[in-house]
Every structure is written in structure tokens, then in C-alpha cells.
Design a protein around this ligand. Structure first.
Ligand SMILES: *[C@@H]1O[C@H](CO)[C@@H](O)[C@H](O)[C@H]1NC(C)=O
Ligand SMILES: *[C@@H]1O[C@H](CO)[C@@H](O)[C@H](O)[C@H]1NC(C)=O
Ligand SMILES: *[C@@H]1O[C@H](CO)[C@@H](O)[C@H](O)[C@H]1NC(C)=O
Length: 409
């Protein structure tokens, strides 16, 4: 009798335990659903802010949706620091790169004319903005350092392991007003856990508050949904903590060109051993407004002076190179053209030529070959960078970079 009583009590306690557990998990489930619903609402709100009502919508050959948005209503102007910003429609002087009469005499420059973007222009008074899909935001969020966006929806660089190779021009005395380079353009096969860039950095400020503008081409499947090479721009005003993002995933960059936009595909890529295709890039500070203009073969737009704290007057560091990112403990992606760099056959290497800085007068000036350092974050069988110095001709200051990646320590 006593025995069965104990049994009954044990049984009852067990039932009670299960019940409590169940209710807890039901509550837990409910809290999760609520959290997900809240996140969902937040994403929808954010999408509404980022995706303005289009005046016209275009679909590129590769399925990107591009909206033509009233130039005065583009996402940039949601930035709280740009409430009173007066839009600048063109740089105060036309960049010398675009007025160069001899442009077609260089193999280099003629080949980059292949960078056509297969869709229409936006109607006058509107600018093309690549439409942000909900999945893009979810992907971008999954790449965040911090889970919650702050202020004007900040996105930072991914929590991936980033390996960087670069040429650094650093000077405590010299102030830089821009940077320019001709970057070879390549295609890369990356998976969703990887990204790879060929880029220039323009920086100023102490490490913890570093202001940076980064631009060039990138392959970033988690951001774009494919492994294609695209024009990109990135900015931060606080060492990637709370401000900044890629392209127009947050407000900041002001688009003025009616056809070429951040995130646009590079349609003409180098063929290994046969042909080099170039993406010319330049970012320079407008001496009259202090805005930082992004120029490729076209004047694309600018990062306004207001969004920066240490890039208001000039830059103190320029870098030229690549970043290869991957989830920790997974293979690192290829960088450049996927081969280790060499200086013998430029059709078989990723490179940057005509590496210049912009001086106080707005002129593009060769980097000083004796004033640069090379920096490598990875073992030399993963990635490398080789500085060729001034090799003359149209090429001038030139370097080669990249590598296959793999299981890099
Ligand atoms: C154009 O470029 C070619 C080849 O680099 C050079 O020989 C020629 O002098 C240049 N012409 C002008 C007008 O700059
Ligand atoms: C690359 O190959 C093309 C086509 O064979 C050739 O015209 C060009 O000179 C080569 N470029 C370099 C930098 O070797
Ligand atoms: C560059 O910027 C710094 C800090 O804003 C400023 O003190 C310095 O005068 C600037 N240099 C030039 C040449 O404009």
C-alpha cells in the first residue's frame, strides 16, 4: 500500500513536471513567434523606407529589379544628418579622367568601354536604385556584428573572417583628397558563406572611430543572391559599428547618374591569359562642397560630407587591394582572378594600374613608389600582393594581387 502511494506521488510529480515544461515551451514558442513577428514588421518598415515608390521599374537581363526613383526622394535623404542637404547634381569640375581626349588610344581604356549595363536609362529627374528584397535584408542582418539596427539602419561588415592584402599609402604630413585606380575585372564562383572584393579604401580618423569609403568590384552572394561581379561602394563613420553599409542598403549615398548604380553588374570581365578588362574607379572630394564623388566611366553619385566625422576635410590613409571573407573554419574564397599574382603576364593576374591619389588642387598624382607599404593578412599560398612600382606607359604605378584562398590559417 505505502509502496504504491510513493509510486503515485512520483507519478504525479512527473506529470506536474511535464505540464510545467510544456507550458514553458508554449510560452517560449509564443515569445519566439512574437519576436519573429516584431522582426518581420521591422523589416517591412525598413523595406518601405528603402524602396520608394518607383516612377518606372526595369528588370535587368539577370533579374535584378531596378526602380527609377524621384531624385529628391531617394533613400539617402532619410538620413537624419541629410535633412537640410542640398543635392549636388554634378561635381564642381569635370574629372580629368573623363575629359581625357586620348581615352581610346589605350588598350586599357578602350576595353573598359565594354562596361555596359543592359537596361534602359531612368527618365529625367529620376535615378536607378536596385530594389532591396526582404531576403536581402535578412541576409544583410545575418551578416551583422550586432543584431539590432540603430538609427538610420546601420549595417556593418560581416562577422566573417576577413583576409586583406593591400598596398597602403600612409602619410602623416600628406593629406589625400581622393584616390583612383584601374582595377582588372574578373568573375569568381563563390558560395553563400563567402565574399571577395577588389577595392580602394579612403580613410581618416583614430582606429575606434575610423571613417572609411571603400569602392571597386565585389562578389557577395549573400547580399546579391548570385555570384556575379558588381560595382560596389561602402562607407562607415565609426569603425563599422553603427553607421554605414554597402551600396544603398542604408541611407547615405546620393545617386545622380541615370543609368549606372551601386550594385550594377560588370558585364565585361577579363578572360584568363587572353584579355584584361578594366573597371576604372575614382573617389574624390569636391573642393567646393566637401562631398566625396564616385566616378567610374560615369559620374555615379557621392557620399555627402555630412555623414562623416573625420573625412570632412581630407583622408590620411589610402589602401589598394582586396578582401576575402568566409565563415570561420570554412574555405576562404578566391580573390582577384583566383590565381596568385605575378608581374610577367598581366593577362594572367588581377592587378591595379594607374594608382594615384588626388591632391589639394584636385589633380590625380602617381603614388610615390617609395612611400608605400604592402600588408598581407594571409599566408602567401592563399593570397599575395606584388608591387611593380612605376612600369611606365599608360600603366604607371601598378601592382598585382589575389590568390586561390582555401583553408587559410
Ligand atoms: C595618345 O596616346 C598615344 C599612345 O599612348 C601617344 O603616343 C600620343 O602622344 C597621345 N596623344 C595625345 C594627343 O596625347
Ligand atoms: C592580353 O591579351 C591581348 C589579346 O591577346 C593582347 O592584345 C594584350 O596585349 C595582352 N595584354 C597584356 C597586358 O599582356
Ligand atoms: C586635413 O584635415 C585635417 C583634419 O581635418 C586638417 O587639420 C588639415 O589642415 C587638412 N589638411 C589639408 C591640407 O587640408
Amino acid at each position: 500500500m505505502e509502496y504504491s502511494n510513493v509510486n503515485l506521488i512520483v507519478f504525479l510529480i512527473l506529470i506536474l513536471f511535464i505540464l510545467i515544461n510544456e507550458t514553458q515551451s508554449v510560452y517560449g514558442e509564443k515569445a519566439n513567434i512574437l519576436k519573429r513577428e516584431k522582426e518581420d514588421l521591422e523589416l517591412e518598415k525598413q523595406l518601405k523606407i528603402l524602396n520608394k515608390k518607383p516612377i518606372k521599374t526595369m528588370v535587368t537581363n539577370f533579374g535584378d529589379i531596378v526602380d527609377c526613383i524621384d531624385i529628391y526622394k531617394q533613400p539617402a535623404f532619410d538620413h537624419p544628418l541629410l535633412k537640410d542637404h542640398k543635392i549636388q547634381m554634378a561635381p564642381s569640375s569635370i574629372p580629368e579622367e573623363l575629359t581625357n581626349k586620348n581615352i581610346s588610344s589605350s588598350i586599357f581604356r578602350s576595353s573598359n568601354m565594354g562596361h555596359r549595363f543592359r537596361h534602359d536609362k531612368c527618365p529625367p529627374g529620376t535615378v536607378p536604385i536596385r530594389r532591396t528584397k526582404k531576403q536581402d535584408l535578412i541576409n544583410a542582418r545575418n551578416l551583422l556584428h550586432k543584431a539590432t539596427p540603430i538609427g538610420p539602419y546601420a549595417y556593418t561588415l560581416s562577422p566573417m573572417d576577413n583576409r586583406v592584402v593591400s598596398i597602403v599609402e600612409f602619410s602623416e604630413t600628406k593629406a589625400f583628397f581622393g584616390a583612383t585606380a584601374e582595377i582588372s575585372a574578373h568573375g569568381l564562383e563563390l558560395d553563400n558563406n563567402q565574399f571577395s572584393t577588389a577595392q580602394v579604401w579612403i580613410k581618416n580618423g583614430p582606429d575606434e572611430e575610423i571613417n572609411s569609403i571603400e569602392f571597386g568590384w565585389m562578389v557577395y552572394p549573400a547580399l546579391f543572391g548570385d555570384s556575379r561581379s558588381r560595382l560596389f561602394g561602402y562607407w562607415t563613420a565609426d569603425n563599422h559599428k553603427q553607421t554605414g553599409c554597402f551600396n544603398v542598403l542604408c541611407s547615405g549615398f546620393v545617386q545622380v547618374h541615370s543609368e549606372v548604380f551601386l550594385g550594377a553588374l560588370l558585364e565585361s570581365l577579363s578572360i584568363y591569359g587572353k584579355d584584361s578588362r578594366i573597371l576604372p574607379v575614382k573617389v574624390s572630394r569636391d573642393p567646393q562642397t566637401g562631398n566625396w564623388w564616385l566616378i567610374t566611366t560615369k559620374i555615379i553619385g557621392y557620399w555627402p560630407k555630412e555623414i562623416f566625422t573625420h573625412l570632412t576635410n581630407n583622408a590620411s590613409i589610402l589602401r589598394y587591394g582586396g578582401i576575402a571573407g568566409a565563415k570561420p573554419q570554412t574555405p576562404a574564397p578566391p580573390m582577384g582572378n583566383g590565381y596568385l599574382p605575378q608581374l610577367k603576364d598581366y593577362n594572367k593576374t588581377a592587378f591595379m594600374a594607374e594608382m594615384k591619389y588626388v591632391n589639394e588642387k584636385g589633380q590625380s598624382v602617381n603614388l610615390n613608389p617609395y612611400g608605400i607599404q604592402t600588408k598581407k593578412d594571409a599566408t602567401l599560398d592563399c593570397y599575395n600582393i606584388l608591387f611593380a612600382g612605376n612600369i611606365g606607359g599608360d600603366w604607371e604605378i601598378t601592382m598585382a594581387f589575389g590568390g586561390p584562398g582555401g583553408m587559410c590559417p
